[in-house]
Design a protein around this ligand. Structure first.
Ligand code: TXA
Ligand code: MG
Length: 365
């Protein structure tokens, strides 16, 4: 822990438990959510579960709250925040003209893991949008998130609740690791369902463009919108081109160890990785492998982590960030990961893996 870090961890952070799947909340939970909402209304910060990852919430219409969020995350302030709402009609206060396409997407995918980029109204401070004239809007499906947003006044700016550069937190324990002493409160709703951040679609361009892939897939968006584009940097390093979502240009989701993705037939991949592991060991490296259930027994690295069955994309997505964090916790300095199909939700999985690996991909035959 650096000196700066100690100085910044000066607040008393309280953690409160909320049942993850409660259709209705009991009186005690209502009280906790009311108290959390009051903190946000008064300019404080509360981390909370959503269906994708944990968010770090502050009042989206209060410029001082936005500044506090950047400070707590150690995040550059040109990286805009997503504004979370809990009812569709609340969008009209922050977006002056809602295009028909946004209505159709909301109808199909809200509440849920989809964020839309739209022109912003004057009510949204530039601190929240990182100086942009557009605003990112999302209506999450997680019951505790929606209740919290309602108690907070309706507009909660929430980036993922990790320190900048760390993988997004999928459990309250990871939020505590990153945010204890930096924020007012953490709502512990257990492990999240999806595990990767929401799909971001930019509706200010024609055709609309996917800036970040997520659980709402390109195929699903295409089904509603007809034509849909994707930012070229999603699955390639873009040949030096900057991603359109400012946050996507940072080396995000990154574990501390150096990581590579190994692609090819299963046996050759295992043979290659085991060969590398031997060499790394001689150099004093601590090695880790991220793999699937099918190949789990074939690896000889120091730490071997399984994401689930290869065809179970839901499980792979849900476990990925936790595995990257566990590699850090185990002091792994060299990480090798298997590669995955990049169709459907797999596009989001490969996008995050490629970013974590800094686009280092090794192809074996
Ligand atoms: O699933 C999620 O979206 C989670 C949960 C907490 O809701 N939130 C999240 O926020 O992932 P964050 O801040 O970690 O990622 C937001 C991304 C960044 O890459 C940012 O640059 C982009 O959205 N973004 C936000 N506003 C934008 C805008 N107006 N134009 C383009 N990109 C924008
Ligand atoms: Mg993030």
């Amino acid at each position: 822990m650096g000196k700066c870090d100690i100085l910044l961890r000066t607040m008393k952070t309280i953690t409160m438990k909320i049942r993850p799947d409660a259709g209705t909340f009991d009186e005690k939970e209502e009280e906790i959510l009311r108290r959390a909402g009051k903190i946000i209304k008064e300019g404080g910060l509360v981390a909370f579960p959503t269906e994708t990852v944990y968010g770090l919430g502050g009042d989206a219409l209060n410029r001082a709250s936005a500044r506090k969020i950047y400070e707590a995350k150690g995040r550059p302030s040109d990286n805009p925040l997503i504004v979370h709402i809990c009812r569709f009609e609340d969008i009209f206060r922050i977006v002056p003209e809602v295009p028909a396409a946004a209505g159709r997407l909301a109808e199909a995918f809200w509440p849920g893991p989809l964020t839309m980029i739209l022109p912003k109204a004057d009510s949204v401070p530039y601190e929240t949008t990182g100086g942009l004239d557009t605003v990112a809007v999302r209506l999450p499906s997680h019951p505790a998130a929606r209740k919290l947003i309602a108690y907070s006044g309706g507009y909660v700016a929430a980036p993922s609740a990790n320190l900048s550069g760390r993988p997004s937190p999928t459990e309250a324990e990871y939020v505590i690791q990153d945010m204890d002493g930096r924020i007012d409160m953490i709502l512990d709703g257990g492990k999240v369902g999806i595990g990767l951040e929401s799909t971001i679609v930019d509706l200010t361009v024609v055709p609309p463009q996917i800036l970040r892939p997520g659980h709402v897939t390109q195929e699903m968006l295409g089904g509603v919108l007809g034509e849909i584009d994707t930012d070229v940097t999603i699955l390639s390093d873009g040949g030096g081109q900057a991603p359109k979502a400012p946050g996507m240009k940072y080396r995000h989701y990154a574990p501390k160890g150096e990581m590579a993705i190994v692609e090819g037939p299963r046996e050759q991949v295992a043979a290659y990785i085991n060969g590398q592991v031997e060499k790394d060991r001689l150099r004093g490296e601590r090695t880790g492998v991220i793999c699937t259930e099918e190949s789990l027994d074939g690896y000889r690295a120091d730490v071997v982590k399984c994401l689930g069955r290869r065809e179970d994309q839901e499980s792979i997505g849900r476990n990925l960030y936790s595995m990257l964090r566990q590699m850090d916790d185990e002091g792994v300095t060299r990480i090798y990961s298997e590669s995955f199909a990049d169709r459907g939700f797999g596009q989001a999985i490969m996008n995050r893996l490629l970013k974590a690996a800094g686009h280092r991909v090794i192809r074996v035959q």
